[in-house]
Design a protein around this ligand. Structure first.
Ligand SMILES: CC(C)(COP(=O)(O)OP(=O)(O)OC[C@H]1O[C@@H](n2cnc3c(N)ncnc32)[C@H](O)[C@@H]1OP(=O)(O)O)[C@@H](O)C(=O)NCCC(=O)NCCS
Length: 177
């Protein structure tokens, strides 16, 4: 898409980003966010814009000195399918590199999109930093339908999900019990 650029979020972007995220959240396609969350995390966020205005957003949250999560990725419906989502992910990954992080992951309902961005489908069990801290308190606990997608920034390929491995945290717990 021509004339699109990705830049750091500013306070004026908070309202359009919040509206977009929560519009998709109402369809259960991503997690709902509050204005306080965006204000608090504004430095994590980047936005895509064209000369006509806001197109989408993404956040990169560092969870450990080694691992970061891509969150709140959303592209306006009327801008979809033209590479804006990939631009946002590439920019978040670039930020992770700049920070010296080694791995970036996303929990998502659209694993095919992240595959197209170079990520590999893995078991959530391979991301204990995430699952141990947040899965037990997640509103989707017991009905997790998200896929864990992982990118190694050193160019190595993560171990792809094997047929015998559980996809998510719920199934891990079920297997153990
Ligand atoms: C998922 C989303 C961010 C994709 O944004 P987009 O700008 O339409 O994606 P792009 O045009 O950059 O697509 C990049 C590639 O992924 C593919 N792709 C995009 N969405 C896809 C989907 N839902 N399923 C499969 N492939 C998809 C594109 O065909 C393209 O493939 P290519 O490499 O052959 O060109 C956007 O549809 C969205 O905001 N969805 C709702 C919210 C959401 O699901 N967010 C993710 C939360 S983790």
């Amino acid at each position: 898409m021509s004339g699109v650029r990705v830049r750091s979020m500013r306070v004026n972007d908070i309202d359009p980003a919040l509206a977009l995220i929560n519009d998709y959240a109402a369809e259960d396609r991503m997690l709902e966010r509050t204005r306080d969350f965006l204000v608090d995390r504004i430095k994590d966020f980047q936005v895509a814009e064209s000369p006509d205005g806001f197109l989408g957003c993404v956040a990169l949250a560092a969870l450990t000195p080694d691992l970061a999560e891509i969150r709140s990725l959303a592209v306006r419906r009327d801008a979809g399918g033209r590479g804006v989502g990939r631009m946002l992910v590439d920019s978040a990954v670039g930020e992770a590199r700049r920070l010296g992080l080694k791995r970036v992951f996303a929990l998502t309902l659209v694993p095919e999109f992240f595959e197209r961005c170079g990520f590999t489908l893995v078991s959530l069990g391979r991301l204990p930093e995430k699952s141990a801290a947040e899965c037990p308190i997640c509103p989707k606990r017991g009905r997790c339908d998200e896929h864990a997608m992982l990118l190694h920034l050193d160019g190595t390929r993560p171990q792809r999900l094997r047929p015998e491995e559980p996809v998510g945290y719920t199934k891990l717990v079920e297997l153990r019990s």
